[in-house]
Design a protein around this ligand. Structure first.
Ligand SMILES: C[S@@+](CC[C@H](N)C(=O)[O-])C[C@H]1O[C@@H](n2cnc3c(N)ncnc32)[C@H](O)[C@@H]1O
Length: 234
């Protein structure tokens, strides 16, 4: 188990919104104006047929949950195992509950769509988590998952003396992992951009997670490439 999916680390990392918000703030769309959250929202919207029950797992501060909740005909439940994030998501008018993806407190086949954004790489038991997703999805329902590739911010990490971040659910491995449970898996790869106003902003990003490294000083603004995939499975 790496630190990234050590439950104690994950709980501490997301006990408050500070780390997540430091990282979210730097992301800019691709050169052709696409961003992964909007693409994931489109995938969710495409999967809706009439009134639909949607589950978001690992909802964080609830930014995406608020947008899913506003889609016509959607009844949304959002879960996260951070009590603070559940409180923040509920404040956006979403039915938000504390739960672990590995132990979802829902009946079999109770959702038409499940969404997991940037969270499967944090789960201690990925197989169990995906079994739970499959269990609560109705047959023919859609699972939308977003994750990063191995080269996501690799240049930044390497300049800071670290290596690429290889995770258990990445752009590289996600498709084969999902094909074990879903007959139809589609992917949309996006080259995003992290724009840091100055060296301090880039170092703060690295410091928002442990083992981030020390970035040699630079003047002015810098941009680093991100690699993200939106998976759509049914
Ligand atoms: C990188 S954040 C992403 C948050 C949000 N989806 C977003 O895109 O802003 C990962 C989220 O997953 C949650 N999380 C991690 N492991 C979890 C688990 N086993 N069950 C439920 N939530 C979990 C964390 O608390 C955190 O909110």
């Amino acid at each position: 188990m790496s630190q990234l999916n050590d439950p104690d680390y994950v709980r501490e990392q997301y006990a408050t919104e500070t780390n997540l918000e430091t990282r979210r703030a730097v992301w800019q769309p691709t050169a052709d104006g696409l961003d992964p959250a909007t693409e994931a929202l489109r995938a969710i919207d495409r999967a809706l047929v009439g009134d639909a029950h949607v589950l978001e797992v690992g909802c964080g501060t609830g930014v995406m949950a608020e947008q899913i909740n506003a889609l016509p005909g959607v009844t949304l439940v959002a879960v996260d195992f951070s009590a603070r994030f559940v409180e923040m998501t509920a404040a956006r008018g979403v039915d938000a509950r504390e739960a672990d993806i590995c132990y979802l407190p829902f009946e079999d086949a109770s959702f038409d769509v499940v969404f997991a954004g940037w969270m499967l790489y944090h789960v201690r038991d990925l197989e169990r988590a995906l079994n739970e997703v499959r269990r609560v999805l109705r047959p023919g329902g859609t699972f939308v998952a977003v994750t990063n590739g191995n080269d996501h911010l690799a240049e930044l990490r390497i300049e800071a003396g670290k290596t690429r971040e290889i995770t258990q659910f990445s752009s590289e491995t996600g498709e084969s992992v999902l094909r074990r449970r879903f007959a139809d898996v589609r992917r949309h790869d996006l080259e995003t951009r992290a724009v840091f106003g100055d060296h301090a902003a880039a170092q703060a990003y690295l410091d928002s997670a442990p083992n981030g490294g020390e970035l040699p000083f630079f003047e002015g603004e810098r941009e680093y490439a991100g690699h993200v995939t939106v998976f759509e499975a049914r």
